[in-house]
Design a protein around this ligand. Structure first.
Ligand SMILES: Nc1ncnc2c1ncn2[C@@H]1O[C@H](COP(=O)(O)OP(=O)(O)OP(=O)(O)O)[C@@H](O)[C@H]1O
Ligand code: SF4
Ligand SMILES: [Mg+2]
Length: 314
C-alpha cells in the first residue's frame, strides 16, 4: 500500500467564513511506513487524518487528490468512500474512546459493525486480536462503562482494524492515557503493523517524543500546511525547518527522559485560518524570516525522503 496525497485542500464552512484548515498538503506514505503527524493544536492534523476517510457535513473538499496504490480515493464523495472505509482506510478518530455507544456491549457493537460490512464475527480471530492488545475475551460481554480508559482505547483499536485496513489513521490515541498506558498503546499500534493487520499507519499526535519511538517518519504541520517531513531520526537530530527546530529544542531529551513532555513554549500564535496571510505561514514567529518569505515556499525535497517548506532550507 502506498498513499499519495497531492495539494489536498479542505475547508470548514462557518458563519464567519471558510476556515482553510488544510491548505495545500502534499506527501506520500510508503508501503509499511508508520508516519507520525505532529504539530500544535489547531494546525490541521485531525482535519488531514479524517479527510482521508470521511468528510463530515461541515467539511468541504476544495481541491487536491488522494491515491492508494495509484487508485484515486473519492474523498469528496462520502457515499463512494463507503466501500473503502475499514478495508482500505480506517480511522481511530480523536476522542473516539469516549464516544463508544454506552448502551451496546462490546461484542454486539463488533457484530453490528461487521454486519454493516457484510461480514460475520469469527470468535476465535476476535479473541486473538483482543489478546494482541492485552484484552481478555470477556470484554465482549461488557459495556463501555465497565472498561478503563486504556481498555476502551484498545477496544477501539481492535474495532478499527477488524477488516485489516491498508492504511490506519490513529488520531491522538494516547493523549487521554497515563504515561505507562501511552507507551503500551503505542507499542500495540506497532504490533498491529508488525502482525500485518494494518499495512501502513499515520499516527497523529502532539507528542513527538512518543511518536518518535514507533514512527519511521515524522511530518510536522503548521497552520494547515506541512512544514517538514523526514525519517524520524532526521526530524529529531537534524531538522531543517525553523518551526521543527523550535519544536525539537523544546524537547531536550527526546525519546529518553522527556517522554511525557508536549510541544509548547514557542512564542507567538499561529495565524487565523479564516484569513491566513500570503507567503510562509510561520513568518510572524520565525527567527530567520526575510523578504522572500512573503512568497509561499514550496514543499521541496532537500534530500531523499526529506521535504521542507522553507526558503532557508532549499
Ligand atoms: N467543525 C469545525 N468547524 C470550523 N472549524 C473547525 C472545525 N474543526 C476544526 N476547525 C478548525 O480547523 C483547524 C484545524 O483543526 P484540527 O482539529 O484539524 O486541528 P488539530 O491539529 O487536530 O488540533 P488538536 O491538536 O487540538 O487536535 C483549526 O483552526 C480549527 O479551529
Ligand atoms: S520560509 Fe521564511 S519565514 Fe518561513 S520558515 Fe523559512 S525562513 Fe522562516
Ligand atoms: Mg486533532
Amino acid at each position: 500500500m502506498s498513499l499519495t496525497v497531492t495539494d489536498l485542500r479542505v475547508h470548514y464552512r462557518t458563519p464567519r467564513g471558510e476556515v482553510r484548515a488544510l491548505d495545500g498538503v502534499t506527501f506520500t506514505v510508503a508501503d509499511g511506513e508508520i508516519m507520525g503527524l505532529a504539530g500544535e493544536s489547531g494546525s490541521g492534523k485531525s482535519t488531514l487524518g479524517t479527510s482521508l476517510v470521511r468528510l463530515d457535513g461541515r467539511m468541504r473538499h476544495v481541491g487536491g487528490t488522494v491515491e492508494l496504490d495509484g487508485v484515486p480515493l473519492p474523498v469528496a464523495d462520502s457515499a463512494a468512500m463507503d466501500r473503502f472505509r475499514f478495508r482500505a482506510v480506517s480511522v481511530i478518530p480523536q476522542y473516539s474512546m469516549s464516544a463508544l455507544n454506552p448502551t451496546r456491549k462490546i461484542g454486539k457493537m463488533v457484530a453490528e459493525l461487521l454486519a454493516s460490512r457484510g461480514e460475520r464475527p469469527d470468535r476465535a480471530e476476535l479473541e486473538r486480536r483482543l489478546a494482541l492488545v492485552g484484552l481478555p475475551p470477556d470484554v465482549l460481554g461488557r459495556y463501555p462503562i465497565e472498561l478503563s480508559g486504556g481498555m476502551k482505547q484498545r477496544v477501539v483499536m481492535v474495532v478499527s482494524t477488524l477488516l485489516n485496513p491498508s492504511l490506519l489513521i490513529a488520531d491522538e490515541v494516547t493523549s487521554a492515557l497515563d504515561v505507562s498506558s501511552q507507551k503500551a498503546v503505542a507499542g500495540m499500534l506497532l504490533g498491529l503493523r508488525d502482525e500485518g493487520l494494518v499495512t501502513s499507519m499515520i499516527m497523529v499526535t502532539h507528542d513527538i517524543s512518543l511518536v518518535y519511538q514507533i514512527a519511521d517518519t515524522i511530518a510536522v504541520m503548521y497552520a494547515g500546511r506541512l512544514a517538514e517531513k523526514a525519517p524520524a531520526d532526521v526530524i529529531v537530530t537534524a531538522p531543517r525547518h525553523p518551526y521543527t527546530r523550535l519544536l525539537i529544542s523544546s524537547l531536550p531529551e527526546v525519546g529518553v527522559r522527556q517522554a511525557e513532555r508536549r510541544l509548547d513554549g514557542i512564542p507567538g500564535t499561529p495565524p487565523s485560518l479564516l484569513d491566513p496571510p500570503e507567503g510562509c505561514r510561520f513568518r510572524d514567529r520565525c527567527p530567520l524570516a526575510f523578504d522572500r518569505c512573503a512568497e509561499r515556499p514550496p514543499f521541496a525535497e532537500v534530500a531523499p525522503g526529506h521535504s521542507v517548506a522553507c526558503w532557508k532550507a532549499v
